[in-house]
Design a binder for this molecule. Sequence first.
Ligand SMILES: Cc1ncc(COP(=O)(O)O)c(C=O)c1O
Length: 379
Amino acid sequence: MKLGTKFIHAGVEPDPSTGAIMTPIYQTSTYVQEAPAQHKGYEYARSQNPTRTALEAAFAAIENGKYGLAFSSGVAATDAVIKLLKPGDEVIAGSDMYGGTYRLFSKVFEKFGIKFHYINMQDANSIRQYVNGNTKLIWIETPTNPLMNITDIAAVSAIAREAKALLCVDNTFASPYLQNPLDLGADIVMHSVTKYLGGHSDVIQGCLMMNNQILREQLYFLQKSCGAVPGPQDCFLVLRGIKTLHVRMQRHCENGKTIAHYLRNHSKVSRVYWCGFEDHPNYEIAKKQMRDFGGMMSFTLKDDSVNTAKKVLSSTKLFALAESLGGVESLINHPASMTHASIPREERLKNGLTDSLIRLSVGIEDVDDLIEDLNQAIG
Ligand SMILES: Cc1ncc(COP(=O)(O)O)c(C=O)c1O
């Protein structure tokens, strides 16, 4: 199936009880059994729910995986992956990634004896020096949030295989429309479904996709044992969101390209971080592993002061000043004080995340209106 057909039909069958074309919201906590342990495959809704079953089949299909699992947030999905590990295990993760992932690793799991190495992954080979017998997981985000750095997924997956470690890719920024890490050798794909998959800024949800059945059973065990499952109404909304993913992403990409070039040519803008520029340090890798370059970008101003950045952040009228990304509406964000505030300032600066960096999630509005808005805000 081609992408557009897959996104519309993934995982969804007419409802067996009525033929409803849209999977119903099974708003139930439990299921009546004919006799003890005699049931239709559904016992208790933390373990199984038919709306979630359809969504999990859709998740698997859109990432070309065999299995999908839904979680109550992206962070809960990440949490399940780390719970595969035990004290003494080591993780190699990117130094430039979503602040909440860093917070989960450093503030929650380090104290249980899991060791994390945060490194620059723009050159995949730099990972090798951190690999040892305890390395059990390599965690990558590409493109990264918020600096749009690119990591070569196929190259890292070869390193992970040699090290007998799992490779998990946070594919939130790209979405399955642009990039499919399982096809490039990753063991697990993770999404903050809250973003492009949901697409309408109305759901918090996460997911994991994989091909290996044993890994699926281990992660399903964690999903039901730890209990971070999404409700059926949220599952329904995401099933609906996925049906238009390709159409939305196409427009995100078109608008993103126009705005990235507009910013680059603006006399008051200093640097634009967007992986579709031919002089982006890993443009060739981005071109190889992505179908297009998306609508996420960050930029700094020539007047590199926090106050000037804050003035721009407070002046846009269409770009809403808010955390999150990937919805149909455009958002503007200040990573240093919002999405990445949980990363210590020295760490942020070391990775190039300055106090004046501005991040945009370019939506699917008319691009002329978006440019007019940025023009009046930047001045
Ligand atoms: C790249 C990335 N990964 C993971 C997350 C966490 O997802 P959630 O907010 O759905 O828990 C986010 C949230 O912003 C994100 O941007």
